[in-house]
Design a binder for this molecule. Structure first.
Ligand SMILES: NC(=O)c1ccc[n+]([C@@H]2O[C@H](COP(=O)([O-])OP(=O)(O)OC[C@H]3O[C@@H](n4cnc5c(N)ncnc54)[C@H](OP(=O)(O)O)[C@@H]3O)[C@@H](O)[C@H]2O)c1
Length: 338
């Protein structure tokens, strides 16, 4: 059996996450038992939620255990199989973690899914046609539930979730305004993703300036807001909401290292009779087939052209992950192993 490089969580961060929290370990892959499959991982998914799992605090999901392979989504190829439904060469998406090979008990429901790479590249099953895409779909369709012609705003607009949100919202006839960090990301959001406008928050670093930029980009006010970041941008959006606006609270990455994110004027939620709903995409598995079908069609027809940031080699995973938390990624952050 092949040698297997893995990244473990060695110790928990106090404040900002650091490279020293992770440890590279080299092990062997065990021989397969009945119904097990050996998967060679081609790409690892790096996702902001992983920062929360590094802590040992109460959350919606269990903490990442210390001294074990760091958990996360993976895509790869079956290289050995003792399960009747999986054959060598099958392309699969799973939750194999930060390691080169994964041994999977393929009888467990949902742990391994075969995917078709004819029209959708394998890596996109970790991004636009995977968990981040379904996240965008759920917040848009089930929480914001927009009507054609309404104005929607999304933060981290060039990222894995934000880019999918834009394509799904444009397909429903909405005006879509992104917020992203820097001119290159904003240009991509409008020119390649087809958003109607994009605001560079680095040019608008306080509530007053951001609120003025939103007024210009959203002349009819904001009907739906998909929140990925939190902080002063949320305060600025609240000032521009229309009555009966809906907020899908997806993420608050500006606070993932423990920074407090107070809301300046929550009374605006009452004044505008706003619906604000937080959600975790893995708790809504019932929508995944419908969402993945729409997202797969958008990608296969070129209506959604997701961008990827690719780090090479498992050793680079911790550094790329810390970069993702600081916006150094441009699109879905992956680690390429093969
Ligand atoms: N609720 C759920 O079930 C669920 C599922 C998946 C993802 N999420 C959340 O969705 C959000 C996006 O995830 P993703 O996978 O698509 O990541 P992503 O957007 O591809 O990457 C994260 C982006 O966040 C932005 N960012 C980081 N720190 C920031 C800050 N302090 N202020 C403003 N922007 C900052 C950066 O973009 P800029 O350079 O443009 O700032 C960075 O590129 C995250 O908050 C994540 O936790 C939630």
């Amino acid at each position: 059996m092949p040698q297997n490089k893995q990244i473990h969580l060695d110790n928990r961060p106090t404040g900002e996450a650091e490279l020293s929290n992770f440890k590279l370990v080299v092990g062997e892959t065990p021989a397969l038992a009945d119904d097990q499959v050996l998967v060679r991982h081609h790409y690892l998914s790096l996702d902001p939620y992983m920062r929360g799992r590094m802590n040992d605090s109460k959350s919606y999901a269990a903490s990442q255990p210390l001294g074990q392979t760091f958990q996360g989504g993976t895509v790869g190829e079956v290289v050995e199989s003792r399960h009747p439904k999986f054959a060598v060469g099958d392309k699969v998406v799973g939750f194999g973690g930060w390691q080169e090979y994964g041994v999977v008990d393929a009888n467990q429901p949902g742990v391994l899914r075969k995917v078709d790479t004819t029209h959708v590249p394998l890596s996109h099953y970790l991004g636009a046609v995977g968990m981040p895409g379904v996240t965008a779909w759920y917040g848009l369709v089930k929480i914001i539930a927009p009507k054609a012609g309404e104005t929607l705003v999304v933060t981290a607009a060039s990222g894995a979730v934000g880019s999918a949100f834009g394509a799904l919202a444009k397909a429903r006839g909405c005006r879509v305004v992104g917020i992203a960090g820097g001119p290159d990301k904003c240009k991509y959001v409008t020119d390649e993703l087809g958003f109607d406008a994009c605001i560079d928050y680095r040019q608008h670093p306080d509530v007053k300036s951001m609120s003025a930029a939103l007024k210009e980009a959203c002349p009819d006010g904001i009907d739906g807001y998909f929140e990925n970041v939190g902080g002063y941008i949320l305060d600025a959006v609240l000032l521009r909401l229309n009555a009966f606006a809906r907020i899908a609270l997806c993420g608050m990455i500006a606070g993932y290292d423990g920074q407090p994110l107070p809301i300046q004027n929550p009374t605006l939620l009452l004044i505008n009779r706003v619906k604000l709903e937080g959600f975790i995409v893995s708790e809504h598995m019932e929508v995944w087939p419908e969402a993945l079908k729409e997202l797969g069609t958008l990608v296969a027809t070129g209506k959604l052209r997701p961008r990827e940031s690719i780090a090479e080699g498992i050793e680079k995973a911790p550094e790329a992950f810390l970069g993702l938390l600081k916006g150094k990624n441009f699109g879905k952050q992956l680690v390429k192993l093969v």
